[in-house]
Design a protein. Sequence first.
Length: 260
Amino acid sequence: MTPGDPVAELAGRMKSGPRITVLTGAGVSAASGVPTFRGPLGLWRNYAPEQLATPEAFRRDPKLVWEWYNWRRELIAKCVPNVAHTVLAAWSRRYPDFTLITQNVDGLHEKAGTINVVRFHGSIWEVLCWRRCPSSPERWWDESVPLPNIPPSCPYCHGLLRPGVVWFGESIGSSVLDRSYEAVKCDLFLTVGTSAVVHPAASLVAEASSLGAFTVEINPEATPSSGAVDLAIQGRAEVVLPSVESLLKNQEFEIRDSRS
Ligand code: OAD
């Protein structure tokens, strides 16, 4: 451990069992093979968000939108959590006050065993009736891959189903926002693998900071948050998080895996 090492500083701050909130983005799933949205290999390089991830796009061409989601579901179904997911899952069970807010819709945090996950942008494995027909539940799981019919229809009213994700121009659900704003009242706020350009998720780090949290970013590239956080760690999630974990494991500290 070298003095001024940001990884060691983060591990040091985790020693006393602080209240921790982590915001994750697509970069955390990159090592699992899930494409990110921005950057040279990002999904938005080849697809226009307004043609695929808005209510208007769905209204215009539900088949096209569902073909894209079906393709992503097939791709994600083959992916497994990577070591970044595993470390975060271990922390969620070790720290009594730990919340993970994810913008990812892939479900890999849950697959890794993370508890107390707030799915900020919904889940690609959930569906709901497009018309919100009165007979249907608010939303439900459907993990069929590939989908037998595209676009799939609501089993209650036979109208259209839509993916259970948040599209551009849509609001975040009030219970998700409530849980997130509760979670920013923490001691340590980590933002990991997100380009920090999509709001309101991107505002959570500033919110946490204004409430007194120590803020840390983990990302191989600079983002709009990099200059504002207390500690910016330049590196990949699947490298930095295990390094922090191994320092923690080598330290004597009292926090036990009490929530498992
Ligand atoms: P982006 O694709 O915008 O950003 C991914 C970030 O991950 C970038 O800042 C990369 O530098 C970083 N990154 C890449 N590989 C990494 C690695 N191995 N470890 C750590 N970081 C890495 O994805 P998000 O920020 O998640 O929303 O995007 C936010 C939202 O925009 C998404 O939830 C989605 C998208 O459009 C909706 O669809 C509503």
